[in-house]
Design a protein around this ligand. Sequence first.
Ligand SMILES: NC(=O)C1=CN([C@@H]2O[C@H](COP(=O)(O)OP(=O)(O)OC[C@H]3O[C@@H](n4cnc5c(N)ncnc54)[C@H](OP(=O)(O)O)[C@@H]3O)[C@@H](O)[C@H]2O)C=CC1
Ligand SMILES: Nc1nc(=O)c2c([nH]1)NC[C@@H]1CN(c3ccc(C(=O)N[C@@H](CCC(=O)O)C(=O)O)cc3)C=[N+]21
Ligand SMILES: [Mg+2]
Length: 294
Amino acid sequence: MESNTARILDGKALAQKIQQELRSRIEQLTQTADRPPGLAVLMVGDNPASAAYVRNKERACQKLGIASFGRHFTADTPQEELHRAIDELNRDDRVDGILVQLPLPEGLDPVPLIYQIDPDKDADGLHPVNLGRLLRGEPGLRSCTPAGVMRLLEEYQIDLRGKHAVVIGRSILVGKPISLMLLARDATVTMAHSRTPDLTALTREADILIVAVGRPELIDESAVKPGAAVIDVGINRVTDYFGKSRLTGDVLFDSVKNVAGYVTPVPGGVGPMTVTMLMYNTVLSYCRTLGVEL
Ligand SMILES: NC(=O)C1=CN([C@@H]2O[C@H](COP(=O)(O)OP(=O)(O)OC[C@H]3O[C@@H](n4cnc5c(N)ncnc54)[C@H](OP(=O)(O)O)[C@@H]3O)[C@@H](O)[C@H]2O)C=CC1
Ligand SMILES: Nc1nc(=O)c2c([nH]1)NC[C@@H]1CN(c3ccc(C(=O)N[C@@H](CCC(=O)O)C(=O)O)cc3)C=[N+]21
Ligand SMILES: [Mg+2]
């Protein structure tokens, strides 16, 4: 039998490279600027996954020389108090980026909070103004995970023009914005979701397959076109055969690598790129405030 091993899209390595570039640029700018870039992460409640991501973000800030203005609220915090916190951060000149860690605990509505963030400080790219800019093809702050996926595809010079891209998942955080970005690069885009019949027949037609569902092992080699680029956005914490907890994506990596041309690992694929694009957006807002190019 012919054997094939996909090229691994190393998100961790690319994330490190971009973070190094950002770090140098920050170092350079802070020689004359009166302050470093600043990022505020609002975390509500004690969801352990959220807490882990927030720690990753704070660690990245520290490494790059970005000031962290993290704020942690208990799960019973009233919505109004969160609105006041965002209002303060909007007016705080030390803060270039603001993000509300999702999901919020039951009873809190993230949508009006996101609407309240100053669009120029919207490091997550989730404010309707920034989503509208993406839809229109105008410059603006871009959602971090989709932007990270696009950077990864660019780094490995994966051709998108005229290619069939299938995106599984249609969330406002991942699936929808990724679809728009692929479209802007002249891919022919199909968006799939839980109501899509015969998903496998569709994914087998994909030159580029983006999986953003949150279901471990949804995609194995039988669902992949030979030579395709497979991007696994899913992050699932599962308990393995030995009772040990580990992180896995939506793609059965060891199976898919036999047919795909390219595949992202989890961990070490899209996750580190998401964190890096958050840093990138924060530095981009900072540069805009200083009136310099990134
Ligand atoms: N690596 C990273 O940096 C990030 C990873 N993630 C991870 O990505 C995954 C998706 O996140 P997110 O978009 O926020 O999740 P959501 O739960 O908001 O969306 C999941 C999407 O998957 C679709 N779906 C569910 N089941 C199926 C199925 N069996 N077949 C086809 N489609 C299905 C849903 O369809 P429908 O709309 O019909 O319900 C929905 O559109 C999660 O694992 C999350 O943890 C998220 C953000 C960043
Ligand atoms: N407002 C908002 N913006 C987000 O971007 C957002 C969010 N809310 N809520 C949750 C999801 C999930 N997410 C991840 C971030 C980093 C990793 C990450 O660093 N992953 C590492 C490993 C992490 C680990 O080992 O725990 C990796 O895949 O290699 C993963 C997932 C951002 N999200
Ligand atoms: Mg990953």
